[in-house]
Design a binder for this molecule. Sequence first.
Ligand code: TRP
Ligand code: SF4
Length: 400
Amino acid sequence: MYPDRVLSGMRPTGAMHLGHFHGVLKNWIKIQHEHECLFMVADWHALTTHYDRPQEIEAHVWDMVIDWLAAGVDPNQATLFIQSRVPEHAELHLLLSMMTPLGWLERVPTYKEQQEKIIDKDLSTYGFLGYPLLQAADILIYRANRVPVGEDQVPHIEFTREIARRFNHLYGREPGFDEKALQAVKKLGAKKAKLYLELRNRYTEQGDDEALEAARALLGESQNLSVVDRERVFGYLEGSGKMILVEPQAMLTEASRLLGLDGQKMSKSYNNTIALREDEASVTRKIRTMPTDPARVRRTDPGEPNRCPVYSFHQIYSDDATRDWVQQGCRSAGIGCLECKQPVVDRVLEELRPIRERAQAYLDDPTLVRNVIADGCERARKLAADTLRDVRESIGLSYS
Ligand code: TRP
Ligand code: SF4
């Protein structure tokens, strides 16, 4: 039904905060209605950097999933699962590792950066070097063609594409490719299928490039093929047929970035967050005590919103009229900072109220969340097993 398949994942960092909500979750909640979506808890990825403290991971997993659900990720629309419960990822990771050049891993920018940045633990491990390959396996095992990620993850998606290309190049044709492609062609409908086959003949037998173009255009406007079938039909047309794994595209979100309380990136390690389940008194106090433009020492000093962390909240939460009121009031010292913060307090509390209530329902009955995940893992495993079967066969590992 949906031609696109989306996969995304997050490492289990525990309870989510407003930065996650505006930067990631709101986007997931939107696209779950537009595409087939799989959302994964990347717990093995957490182990690559927290292998010395694995005890924390479990609680973080459940806290994170509760917040996904409370924020509005809908298990009837999307598949929610935990990476380590789908061991097929590990087998694909292993098989891909055989053909992954070390240099490709060493050149992934996050590798050196993280190693230099994280000094409190030893990251010269096999698992840490393999982080992007594990991520590639996460994506490729579902033949996901779209991966919503932040800017920092783009090199990992690029790396995944290269791995897919290398795999397809090495292991060539899907077993039974011609029959599968012809089955897929039938799904175009009788008329289009006939035209496609005619054009394909003209191209393959007479080298007619116009026929190739026409066939491509024909496929371009056919919406009723799955991703896999579409690739088969394209591959059959050009005689390549090399498409066991699908090359994914990064889906960059123009994330409305909410900064932290102090104006830096919102992050637990900076201690500048508002958690989705934080109680009202604490949220109110945190916003009321937020730093403002340092130039506004006294109430009578004019300020500059662009130098004030509170204004970055107004940019997310306030309408034009309120923002005008802030700009004028701040620059003319017409309003006080507490006055300026009140609409933000109101909006944030309003936004968090239903989220906190939904989270409470999941906290009261933990089996709800366990069931959502059990279900999602089962669905994910089926999809993963299909790809893995083709991968094993194409390498020649399906002994019978
Ligand atoms: N590396 C990602 C991050 O740190 C998390 C992740 C793991 C992921 N596997 C993935 C993201 C697959 C997208 C697709 O944010
Ligand atoms: Fe910041 Fe508002 Fe105070 Fe201006 S009036 S410094 S924008 S809190």
